[in-house]
Design a protein around this ligand. Structure first.
Ligand SMILES: NC(=O)c1ccc[n+]([C@@H]2O[C@H](COP(=O)([O-])OP(=O)(O)OC[C@H]3O[C@@H](n4cnc5c(N)ncnc54)[C@H](O)[C@@H]3O)[C@@H](O)[C@H]2O)c1
Length: 360
């Protein structure tokens, strides 16, 4: 099978491509614009493989998408390209509307045109797999309810609203035009090669540099965490075995409060890379509480029963095993970290947290 992956130089896309090349016989065409979040070093380990090809392109460019589909003739499309950071969507929503909504629309139209030209046998195999987030469901008010596939959409941030819009478009292209689609909505991912603007890598790297560890509000927001390689396996399972037109929630059964995630990382670092400055100092001493971001959802939690029951997928990592692997990876891969920390990224971090100040 030849799989066209959009956003394959990003955090999840690169894990997906590494998984496909290492564990299947499938071919991959990686289509990525290489925004600040795209990093070809994350797929350096497979870049020389004869089953891997890279195309530098913007999913908003319809002519380019048509040309790539015509030239590569993929059997399926897995669409991950997106603007993905909630904080950035608050300070600059335009790029989110552009890529997540207009880009998905453009890709859907290119895919529909491409699919219409296929013979019956290729049409039967073709899938458009749209990769989305549990954030489209909004906030959970109590401690027990879980998001299921039929939970009504109630997005809170420009990011989640743009992803919700793209999910609606994908479903409409199935209902209206018959395009064979699949949608997956996944909880928060963590693991190797995660861009250091997101909570877990930010905490690990700030701690190692002796910098403050910013925690929004009281840190009691609850997220369900999934190790990225478990997500990659789930995505490949869905695209090969999922039922056309269906949505699958993907989650890790690992609900954690943000402050507990930060404390866990600090404890692991105390064990694996103790602070040298003063004998008694602990990484947790670096935690500072900053003003909460607007519209911050309190709790997300996913019910992944359907993908387990119908497709037999379950996560292999617990939070404890996955977070240890993640911390160890960042300790061993300082060159990757150094290369992604360019000037513009550093400046964005300073602006984002300086404008919020301390909440204490
Ligand atoms: N990170 C998570 O925890 C999480 C959870 C659930 C779902 N998702 C979804 O999974 C997908 C991948 O997330 P991620 O964390 O890997 O994101 P990421 O920000 O790390 O990577 C996004 C990739 O898309 C590329 N890209 C952006 N705009 C593009 C465009 N216009 N054309 C082509 N390429 C473009 C970037 O260069 C980058 O390589 C997204 O759709 C996201 O909404 C993410």
């Amino acid at each position: 099978m030849k799989i066209l992956v959009t956003g394959g130089a990003g955090f999840i896309g690169s894990a997906l491509i590494r998984h496909i090349i290492a564990n299947t016989k499938d071919f991959v065409v990686n289509v990525d614009k290489l925004t600040y979040a795209g990093n070809l070093e994350s797929i350096a380990s497979v870049a020389q493989d004869e089953r891997y090809t890279f195309e530098h392109a913007d999913i908003c460019d319809r002519a380019k998408m048509d040309e790539l589909l015509r030239r590569h003739q993929p059997d399926v499309i897995m669409h991950l390209a997106a603007e993905s950071h909630v904080d950035r969507s608050i300070s600059g929503p335009a790029a989110f509307i552009e890529t997540n909504i207009l880009g998905t629309y453009t890709l859907l139209e290119a895919a529909r045109y491409y699919w219409l030209q296929m013979n019956a046998e290729r049409k039967r195999v073709f899938r458009f797999h749209h990769v989305s987030t549990d954030e489209v469901y909004g906030d959970l008010e109590d401690a027990h309810t879980l998001f299921v596939e039929s939970t009504p959409y109630a997005p809170s941030s420009p990011y989640s609203a743009s992803k919700a819009s793209s999910d609606h478009l994908v479903r409409a292209w199935h209902r209206t035009y018959g395009l064979p689609i699949l949608i997956t909505n996944c909880s928060n991912n963590y693991g190797p090669y995660h861009f250091p603007e997101k909570l877990i890598p930010l905490v690990i790297l700030n701690a190692l540099e002796g910098k403050e560890l910013p925690v929004y509000g009281d840190g009691h927001q609850v997220r369900d965490w999934l190790y990225v390689e478990d997500h990659a396996r789930a995505l490949h399972t869905v695209v090969t075995e999922g039922q056309v037109g269906e949505t699958y929630n993907i989650g890790g059964h690992n609900e954690k409060r943000n402050i507990d995630v930060v404390n866990t990382i600090c404890a692991l670092l105390d064990e694996l890379a103790p602070r040298r400055s003063t004998e008694s100092s602990k990484y947790a001493d670096l935690i500072v509480y900053v003003k909460d971001r607007p519209g911050h959802d309190v709790r997300y939690a996913i019910d992944a029963t359907k993908i387990q029951r119908d497709l037999g997928w379950t996560p292999q990592e617990t939070f404890e095993t996955g977070i240890r692997k993640t911390v160890e990876w960042y300790l061993c891969n300082s060159a990757w970290v150094q290369n992604v920390k360019d000037g513009s990224y550093t400046q964005w971090l300073i602006n984002n947290y300086a404008s919020r100040g301390s909440a204490e």
